[in-house]
Design a protein around this ligand. Structure first.
Ligand code: COA
Length: 388
């Protein structure tokens, strides 16, 4: 297998983007990444685009061909493939792009992700998202993602003593980081009291424990490391790219305070990269709800199982902590356009490893990790990147 690098990144602002169409978002992120990499359109061999439910959010399927057209590359007739794995669509698109380059099949690959979620009303968005749970055994009976993650929160609180305040501290931290990110949907600070006083969505999760409904797109350009040097000296090597899967339904899992697919993906990624959790300088994890970040930092081995709430309270994951987590603001504050999220996480880690994260820069960061989850843990993707 060849060594693979990220040589370019680009993303749109995230938020409620009434003024921009889906195709404009795809074009903006893609063009920014192409310019950042310093490649020409003719250099591109293939495209993989993450999109969770474009058909139901905006009535648009066949997103691969659309992306090729908006990039103006139709005359090249290169393969452009849409990838779907719920909220992990972007992470799986990255994994597919990595495999394509590592295998020697393609040299320059564009990986993208996009979703336009705010064109439907809130209840419909919840219903569309719930199609990534088990429709027959979960969502048909009324389960929603806030509801499923609320079950995880209750279980974690009961078995490990995690408190509502500790959950809220995840949101407070991520809103602080988001306030430093010009592309974030929410750039305002919040307090623990704000979280606890916000409306209940699915007890014990309040509105401010949830990631929002978001429009946005992100892209990254991959190339073999030896070819990458032709284009840039800012080479970020992908040391590991691992996808793991589990049951679709949450109730069929072996445990409820962990996502076994994420544990499996992380273990294999550490092996592939030859690093330990303590070697990671900065991480972007899938905080679709505050409990999800607490479970993620445990599943990734940053802290022991059950200690994620306490670690958050003690500032371990803060910008100036031992292992800064979600420096971008995470899904919570940066926003969560589901198909784009996995690629947006890569954008943040690449910025951190290049030293370009401005006010949210983690000093001396050389190894970073992304953790992207689909649904309640049916799919998990972990990438480990290093500045070389
Ligand atoms: N965090 C912070 N603020 C939020 C927010 C969030 N998650 N969601 C909405 N807001 C703000 C809005 O900006 C708005 O503020 P304003 O009054 O100052 O304009 C206000 O809260 C009300 O917004 P609205 O759009 O009416 O909220 P809603 O009640 O329709 O939706 C949620 C709130 C939490 C239900 C919705 O964001 C949601 O479903 N989130 C979860 C998404 C999800 O499940 N993703 C998949 C994960 S697996």
């Amino acid at each position: 297998m060849r060594e693979v690098a990220v040589i370019g990144i680009g993303m749109t602002e995230f938020g409620e983007l009434w003024q921009k169409s889906f195709r404009e978002l795809v074009a903006e992120a893609g063009v920014k990444a192409i310019l950042d990499a310093g490649i020409e359109g003719e250099d591109i061999d293939a495209m993989y685009i993450g999109g969770m439910s474009t058909g139901r959010f905006i009535g648009q399927e066949h997103v691969g061909s659309l992306a090729l057209e908006v990039a103006g590359l139709e005359d090249l007739h290169i393969p452009a493939t849409r990838v779907e794995a719920a909220c992990a669509s972007g992470g799986v698109a990255m994994h597919q792009g990595y495999i394509a380059v590592a295998s020697g099949m393609y040299d320059i690959v564009v990986v993208g992700g996009a979703e336009k979620m705010t064109d439907v009303v809130g209840g419909e968005a919840t219903n569309i998202l719930a199609s990534a749970a088990d429709r027959e055994w979960e969502s048909f009976f009324g389960a929603t993602f806030p509801g499923l993650y609320a079950l995880m929160a209750r279980y974690h609180m009961h078995h490990h003593g995690t408190t509502q305040e500790q959950l809220a501290m995840v949101a407070v931290k991520n809103h602080h980081n988001g306030s430093l990110n010009p592309k974030a949907q929410f750039r305002r600070e919040i307090s623990v009291e704000d979280v606890l006083n916000s409306p209940i969505v699915a007890e014990p999760l309040h509105l401010l424990d949830c990631s929002p409904i978001t429009d946005g797109a992100a892209a990254a350009i991959l190339a073999p490391v030896d070819i990458a040097r032709k284009y840039t000296d800012k080479i970020i090597k992908i040391k590991a790219s691992v996808q793991a899967c589990d049951t679709l339904s949450f109730h069929s899992r072996s445990r409820f305070d962990s996502l076994p697919a994420a544990v499996h993906a992380a273990k294999k990624a550490y092996e592939m990269a030859g690093v330990k959790p303590s070697d990671i300088d900065v991480a972007e994890v899938h905080d679709c709800f505050t409990i999800a970040e607490i479970i993620a930092i445990e599943d990734l081995g940053f802290v022991e199982k059950g200690k994620g709430g306490k670690a958050t309270e003690e500032g371990l994951t803060a910008l100036d902590g031992q292992i800064p987590v979600n420096t971008s603001g995470g899904l919570k504050a940066k926003g969560h356009p589901v198909g784009a999220t996995g690629v947006a996480q890569i954008n943040e880690i690449v910025m951190q490893l290049r030293g370009e994260a401005d006010k949210r820069q983690v000093k001396g960061a050389t190894i970073g990790l992304t953790h992207n989850v689909g649904g309640s843990g049916g799919t998990a993707v972990v990438h480990i990147l290093e500045a070389i």
